[in-house]
Ligand binder design. Sequence first.
Ligand code: NAD
Ligand code: TYD
Length: 352
Amino acid sequence: MILVTGGAGFIGGNFVLDWLSNPNAEGIVNLDKLTYAGNLATLDPLKANSHYVFIHGDIGDKELVTKLLKEHQPRAIVNFAAESHVDRSIHGPAEFVQTNIMGTFNLLECAREYWGGLDAAAKKAFRFHHVSTDEVYGSLSATDPAFTETNPYEPNSPYSASKAASDHLVRAWFHTYGFPVVTTNCSNNYGPYHFPEKLIPLVILNALNGKPLPIYGDGQQVRDWLYVGDHCAAIREVLEKGKLGETYNIGGWNEKANIDVVKTICCILDELKPRADGKTYAEQITFVQDRPGHDRRYAIDASKLERELGWRPTETFDTGIRKTIQWYLDNPAWIEGVVSGSYRDWLQKQYN
Ligand code: NAD
Ligand code: TYD
C-alpha cells in the first residue's frame, strides 16, 4: 500500500486513477477531508477496486492518522492534501495555515513515529513525498531566468507562504531526524477533474455558459503550464528514484501569458462547439480588477529532473489544452456535480 492524502482533489485524483490503472501497482489508501475541492465522483471508477481504500478525514487529525498508518502499513506517503487556491487564501488565510502548515506538521510527526517503529528493511524503503508548488519562489520579471531548485524562497500570497512553510518543515524533518523525504515543486497544472475556480476550467465553463471570461489586470501575467498526467508521471519517477532530502522542480516548458491562454481556449471552443450566434467566444473576454499582490511571472527550470531521473513532459500546451477542453465537453455529469450552491456563492464573492 501507499498512502495518498488529498486524493479526491484535482491532482491527487488524477494520480490515484493513473496509479491504479496499472494492475500490478501497489494499492492506495486515500485520506481526504472532502472540502469543497474534494470530489468522490472523480474516483467513481474505483468503487469495485479491491486495491483502493478511501478514508474520510483530516491530515491534521493525529489519532486518525496514527491509526491508519498502523492498520495499513504504507511503504510511502504522497502528500497532496492542501488548500490550493490563491484567491481563496486572500479572502480567508486561516484554513491555509491550518491545513498546509499544521496539517503537514501533524502528518510528518505521525509518519515519523510510524517509520521509527518499522524493521530495518521497511525503514530503508520508506518515503514521504511532499507535493508543492513553484509559487514558493515568488515572482520573476520578464527577463529573469526560470526558477531552479536553489532559488531562495520568496512567497507572496497566503497560499504560497503556507506551502513554503510546509516545505521548510519537510526539509527540517530530513536534516534533523533523518526522516526520508523528497519534495517536488511544480508549475500550474491543467487537465481533467480540475475544479472550476482556477483559470482554465473557469474559462471553459463560463464560455460554454455564455458568461464573461474574467481576466485579472492586464492579462500579461505569465504562468508555466503542465498537463496533469505529466505531473503524475513525474511524481511516480521521483517517488521511485528521487534522492532523499532533495527537491525537484517539475514544469512543462510552456510559459504563456494569461490572455493568450484564454484566447487559445476560445479558438478551440470556436472549432469544437461554435456559439449558436456564430460569434467567437473571445467576445466574452472581460478585464476585471487585478488580484492583490498578483505575482507577475512564474517559470520553471525542470532540467534537474530530466538530467537525474530522465523525466520530460509528453504533452505540449496545444495537445494538452485540446484534450482538456474535449474532456469538459464530454463530462457534463461531473461538472454538474461540482457546480453546487457553495461554488455559486464563491463566484458571487470573487467576481460580484
Ligand atoms: P485541490 O484543491 O484540487 O485538492 C485538494 C484536496 O485536498 C481536496 O480533495 C481536499 O478535500 C483535500 N484536503 C484539503 N484539506 C485537507 C485536510 N486537512 N486533510 C485531508 N484532505 C484535505 O488541489 P490540487 O490542485 O489537486 O493540488 C494538490 C497539491 O498540489 C497541493 O498540495 C497543491 O499545493 C499542489 N500543487 C498544485 C498545483 C496546481 O496547479 N493545481 C501546482 C503545483 C502544486
Ligand atoms: P489560477 O488558475 O488561480 O492559478 P495561480 O494563481 O495558482 O497561478 O490563476 C492562473 C492565472 O490566471 C493567475 O495569473 C491569475 C489569473 N486569473 C485570471 O486572470 N482570472 C481568473 O478568473 C482566475 C481564476 C485567474
